[in-house]
Ligand binder design. Structure first.
Ligand SMILES: [Zn+2]
Length: 141
């Protein structure tokens, strides 16, 4: 067991069940990510994992053309997603990357969580995001 596992184990267990959760402070109600020993707002050490709707919008994104090692499938889109409950997380946006000549093409786009099996060890289920279908339908002529 690695050092970080006790804190994040419930997060990974929820993801394996197709649920996205985040820590919510028991004292001030602040939702935050990644999980930490205390609330970053009030430093209270009591918080609880609560389920998220998994819906949000792209705050920022970049297209990665060179992965951490040469075997990674590239390109992929790495994004900060602002979830509807007021917290944010770094994740991937699935689907084809946007045109690199249009910086920030996905900023503000509605997304919803999806779950992907990680192909490399430790073979966890990763929360990733897909562009919301309703918004895709709206941009079609
Ligand atoms: Zn707090």
């Amino acid at each position: 067991m690695t050092q970080g596992e006790p804190l994040t184990a419930p997060f990974w267990a929820a993801a394996a069940q197709g649920r996205l959760v985040r820590p919510v402070c028991d004292q001030c109600g602040h939702g935050f990510f990644p999980p930490a020993w205390c609330c970053p707002r009030c430093h209270c050490e009591s918080w609880t994992y609560r389920e998220s709707s998994g819906r949000g919008r792209v705050y920022s994104h970049t297209t990665v053309h060179r992965g951490p090692d040469p075997s990674w499938p590239v390109p992929y889109v790495l994004a900060i997603v602002d979830l509807d409950e007021g917290w944010s997380m770094l994740s991937r946006i699935t689907g084809d990357p946007p045109d690199d000549s249009v910086p920030g093409a996905l900023i503000g786009r509605a997304v919803r969580v999806s779950f992907a099996d990680e192909e490399r060890p430790p073979h966890r289920v990763l929360p990733v995001f897909e562009l919301a279908q309703t918004e895709l339908a709206e941009v079609r002529p």
